[in-house]
Design a protein around this ligand. Structure first.
Ligand SMILES: CC(C)(COP(=O)(O)OP(=O)(O)OC[C@H]1O[C@@H](n2cnc3c(N)ncnc32)[C@H](O)[C@@H]1OP(=O)(O)O)[C@@H](O)C(=O)NCCC(=O)NCCS
Length: 174
């Protein structure tokens, strides 16, 4: 497996990955038809400018991206020490094979080693995605609260959204 920083040219492959994940489960926040070129191009751009974005390629799926993780700073002074909007996706055929853990660990190591101005990484995960909540907890994230009735599901019911965060052990105040 190769894990590398994404490039703008990866947009089409990342879009395919997100659409595949959206099609197979109600885990990522957007419906398949909401995963547009604009959405993907925008988060790649923001992550390259003010965040971090990694992709995974695998010899069993030549020419495809089978995993991706990104987060970025909202860009204003008050939030300059935060990476927010974290999203991770692993292709359904490759889930449960430690690819998510591997890409996420490299993401955290890169922040701890080379982004010491970032003190905190935030995400929000829907309550029903217990697999992802356990996954994030195993990687050192803590639950910070609970946003009631924040998510309207594809079936038009409602569920809570769970904010979680991880703190950079090497954060340096500047
Ligand atoms: C959540 C996700 C990123 C995990 O990646 P993965 O490659 O499947 O997970 P890994 O094989 O690396 O497993 C790592 C940890 O995840 C958790 N986990 C994985 N599969 C699990 C399952 N079926 N049930 C419960 N926990 C599970 C465990 O804590 C596991 O710890 P372990 O390594 O000690 O066993 C991946 O399944 C995915 O993309 N899911 C769909 C999209 C999504 O939910 N994204 C997050 C919300 S935005």
């Amino acid at each position: 497996m190769i894990i590398r920083i994404a490039e703008p040219e990866d947009a089409k492959k990342i879009k395919e990955l997100y659409q595949q994940v959206a099609r197979s489960s109600n885990t990522i926040i957007r419906l398949e038809n909401e995963i547009t070129d604009e959405y993907v191009e925008e988060f790649i751009k923001r992550s390259l400018e003010k965040g971090l974005i990694l992709v995974a390629e695998h010899e069993e799926a030549p020419g495809k991206i089978i995993g991706e993780i990104h987060a970025y700073s909202p860009g204003i002074h008050a939030f300059r020490h935060i990476f927010s909007n974290l999203t991770i996706a692993v292709h359904p055929n490759f889930q449960g094979r430690k690819i998510g853990r591997t890409i996420f660990t490299i993401f955290q190591e890169e922040i701890a080693l080379n982004k010491t101005d970032i003190g905190k990484v935030e995400l929000i995960v829907r309550e029903s995605n217990t697999k992802a909540i356990q996954f994030y907890q195993a990687l050192g994230f803590q639950i910070e609260g609970r946003f009631e009735m924040r998510i309207r599901t594809a079936q038009n019911t409602y569920e809570a959204d769970i904010p979680m965060s991880w703190q950079n052990p090497n954060f340096e105040f500047d």
